[in-house]
Design a protein around this ligand. Structure first.
Ligand code: SF4
Ligand code: SF4
Length: 461
């Protein structure tokens, strides 16, 4: 097992920011920023677009709370399929562990909704209030009409994005088309309205106000990530040996003869950091792996005519001059667990019964018919998890002399459950014991038979 990398917590020096301690980041273009933009765009498209997709005549992805069914691209999961849904969560967790061991916090930097929405809100802030210098000036200026208007524009756009996020999120739990129509005509129900406003407010506060504080103080993942990283994990690291001693110099200066390293101490890597840390202080819990400091430093290196990569993705082992290992026990362990879980999920998915039958016996134990037979009543619940309707015919077996009081057949629509009340009767003299096993068999039109056992009770004379 590779040696774990110690992470430490550094309290950001708030004096670098505004009087209020708010972090105002500088933006830099670069390779990793473009990657982040692609990540944000894909996530935004998936989140806002998927909810509007239709599949087989209904919303493609919908966790229908009223029927307690989860529809996903033509497959329907019922409450008894909870184990399969749990498997999806476990697969996601192992996937995250695998990626973290391999490449550090790429999830946090590129795909976590908290980061993605924060990047979008930061972009809105830049568009409405200007670059970092203009924003710092605005922050420290007294309230004027100009400041008020800029602030108002920013908050209005933030609220608009938050409202769209809230409606979309609730749209995954209640049909989005109806919800959007109800919102537009102000006829939305109280519960839906509550959750739309809840998620609107949560988005606005998290991405607009709390930002890095969510990563630093509320997200548990940042806390236990150090247990997953090892000497070979790919991390964003400042090359101390190359950069130190840091110091300002003229571009054309022979800085080596002055005893300086490649770091010109320009602070750009600090000014772009959304969590306000200095990567040169070493690996820190607060680093979300966004790579903004790599873009900033690379662009400074270009301007100075130095090689890129003073801050770069590398591993502890590579920094010490060792040969990086990709295949290592911890990574292979997570990969194996991931494959096992994916396999188990796939097997569970294809082998789960698509037609199920539950039998609940009527609370009254038994009664006598006018003809003197003893009769028991039941409610059969038939679930059809297929998309097409299925026609059935009911039979009873396993108890000689028992017969249905009427012929029972019918149809269960695709993705629905139906309750069928039935009664069985028989001559009590044929019974040898008070409680007798009986089997209900549903024979479907496509030849599939589903059966479930219950008990037939009577007083034995
Ligand atoms: S130190 Fe670099 S990678 Fe880490 S959060 Fe700050 S800017 Fe992003
Ligand atoms: S951006 Fe690069 S050169 Fe500037 S302070 Fe950071 S590490 Fe040093």
């Amino acid at each position: 097992m590779g040696e774990q990398i110690p992470l430490h917590t550094v309290t950001p020096d708030r004096s670098r920011f505004t009087d209020s301690g708010k972090i105002q980041t500088r933006s830099f273009t670069g390779y990793f920023r473009r990657l982040r933009i692609i990540g944000c765009s894909v996530l935004f498209l998936l989140f806002f677009g998927t909810v509007w997709l239709s599949w087989g005549g209904r919303q493609a992805v919908l966790w229908d709370l009223s029927t307690r069914q989860f529809h996903i691209f033509g497959s329907t999961f019922w409450p008894e399929d909870l184990v399969l849904l749990s498997a999806i969560l476990i697969i996601c967790a192992f996937g995250l562990f695998f990626v973290t061991v391999l490449a550090g916090r790429v999830w946090c930097g590129y795909a976590c909704p908290q980061s993605v929405w924060t990047w979008v809100f930061l972009w809105v802030e830049k568009v409405t209030e200007g670059d970092r210098h203009q924003r710092l000036r605005l922050d420290n200026a007294p309230m004027t009409r100009h400041k008020f208007l800029r602030r108002a524009r920013k908050h209005a756009l933030w609220l608009l994005i938050s409202l769209a996020t809230g409606i979309t999120f609730v749209g995954y739990f209640t049909p989005i088309r109806e919800l959007a129509q109800d919102m537009a005509t102000l006829q939305v129900g109280g519960m839906a309205l509550f959750w739309v406003f809840f998620f609107t407010l949560a988005t606005y506060l998290n991405a607009g106000w709390l930002r890095e504080k969510v990563c630093l103080h509320m997200c548990p993942y940042g806390r236990f990530q150090s247990s997953m990283l090892d000497e070979d994990s790919l991390l964003i690291t400042y090359d101390v040996a190359r950069g130190e001693p840091r110091g300002a110099r003229k571009k054309e200066a022979d800085y080596r003869s002055q005893g300086l390293g490649d770091c010109i101490d320009c602070q750009m890597c600090v000014q772009v950091c959304p969590t306000g840390i200095d990567i040169r202080d070493g690996l820190q819990m607060e680093c979300i792996g966004c790579a903004a400091c790599i873009d900033a430093c690379d662009s400074i290196m270009d301007r100075m005519g130095y090689d890129r990569g003073l801050i770069r993705y590398t591993s502890e082992r590579a920094l010490k001059g060792g040969r990086p290992r990709i295949l290592r026990p911890k990574l292979l362990g997570y990969a194996a667990l991931l494959l096992v879980m994916i396999g188990a999920f796939g097997w569970g998915l294809v082998s789960r019964p698509l037609l199920t039958l539950d039998v609940s016996k009527d609370r009254g134990l038994y009664r006598y018919t006018a003809g003197g037979d003893v009769e028991n009543s039941y409610v059969l619940t038939v679930r059809n998890k297929e998309r097409s309707p299925r026609t059935y015919h009911l039979q009873v077996a396993g108890l000689e002399g028992a017969q249905l009081n009427r012929s029972v057949s019918g149809q269960v629509p695709g993705g629905k459950a139906v309750d069928i009340p039935v009664a069985i009767s028989m001559d009590a003299r044929d019974l040898k014991q008070p409680s007798n096993p009986v089997e209900f068999r549903l024979v479907f039109d496509h030849g599939v038979t589903v059966s479930e056992s219950s008990q037939f009770t009577a007083a034995v004379r």
